[in-house]
Design a protein around this ligand. Sequence first.
Ligand code: IMP
Length: 429
Amino acid sequence: MPNVAVIGAQWGDEGKGKVVDWLASRADLVVRFQGGHNAGHTLVVGNQTYKLSLLPSGLVRGKMGIIGNGVVIDPEALLAEIERVRGQGIEVTPATLRVAENAPLILPLHAALDRAREAARGERKIGTTGRGIGPAYEDKVARRAIRVADLAEPATLDAKLDELLLHHNTLLRGLGAETFEKPTLMQYLLDLAPRILPFAEPVWERLDEARRAGRRILFEGAQAVMLDIDHGTYPYVTSSNTVAATAASGSGMGPHAIGFVLGIAKAYTTRVGSGPFPTELLDATGQMIGDRGREFGTVTGRRRRCGWFDATMVRQAVTVGGIQGIVLTKLDVLDGLPELKIGVGYRLDGETVSRLPASPAAQAAAEPVFETIEGWSGSSAGARSWADLPAQAVKYVRRIEELVGAPVILLTTGPEREDTIVVRDPFEG
Ligand code: IMP
């Protein structure tokens, strides 16, 4: 099976961009299957930096990009991103990008509702990206979403707008936010239609053909397992399933088509937004890791919270996410620390448990149990083989493998694409 799915194994921002870029260069098609423009990938190719949010990363490498039905698409954001990367010399046309005709759209009213609800939550806010992701998925499940194919049918848009506005304006009014007018939204959609529809198609057919022809498909996950709507730290999660199984339903393929599942994990842990974070470091070490790792969100610009590697959490992500191999990123950020800690369990009500419980109160109360490991004085930065790594850094990686129950098959040690130790090519299984 020549396909590969890549998902985050922590709370997102694991440094997927660089790895996905490397994998994309070995793939024929790259597919986004969940999330929306809440994701953010930074790709550095030569002297160009590409910031992608909704577009599949492979486009930068000239590979066919597919946006699957599991993605929520903000058409304005999509067109703006297409313009931006075109300005950087990347060709994005219906010959290189296809969008699922059955994908739901994010409209301006979704972002407005997202922000109004976050403001109303006050102290209890989730810390969403404010881009309307949650409300758009709610509309999909409630069967009132406007989907890509609807853009070709003004009568369908007319009827759906009535239902949408009845729902959303009622909520927006209740939250003291501005409401939306039907003629304005109708015009907005009719203006977007001719610019979006040329990209639309039943992508499941193209993917099936590609699979039958033995072409390599890369499924590019967004966010991460601990932000999964079912398996994450609910309610401090995103609104889609981020586990590898979604690569199938979110693109219109069977589960057997997914192939090898890679989980990306940082050599430490970060999180943006609110929610429990048992191994969080609120001291100078956390600050230092954040500064060195340049831990600022691609999408939000917010500073990320930092902490020690939580092996208990990653093992859980490996299990529920279907992860078969780990890509460990940013090992070099830990260079020079005299000692490191790895979370190996949680203390809860006087007992040690080896999984993150589902209850929010228990998640918040979980105290990490740490194992301490000696640091290394040498540098791992730029290492391209195991032999280049300080012996203690190798021990740290080996201990992580043992604890999470999956082999490290790629290791990144610096921002350059070549600063990577490849243990195994995931396309080879
Ligand atoms: P939403 O996806 O905008 O609804 O945000 C829900 C939660 O997911 C918030 O805590 C966000 O910070 C987080 N989140 C969404 N997308 C990303 C991402 O790409 N990286 C990291 N966190 C994310």
